[in-house]
Design a protein around this ligand. Sequence first.
Ligand code: FES
Length: 102
Amino acid sequence: MAKITFITQDNETTVLEANSGSVMELAVQNNIAGIDGDCGGVCSCATCHVYVDPQHTDKTGQASEIEQDMLELDDDANEFSRLCCQLEVSEALDGVVLRVAR
Ligand code: FES
């Protein structure tokens, strides 16, 4: 079980728990504002863009090359950016804090 915290652009904080699936699916199922998941999780829309809390980048690891290519197209991306459809829910993510990008 992983506890994942989302902070929206309106500073609304939601803590969700899950065992499996992608973080994007978890966010969409729970109506987290700003996470749309338009492409269904195939890393081609960037509507699941989040910023990983700088203290938690060890939990999420590195973005793949495909994910990095997609993020490069987003002007709001920074070193903490991830596309959360590419983050699989697992124990490793427990306690992670994700801020939803614009
Ligand atoms: S849902 Fe489209 S890139 Fe993540």
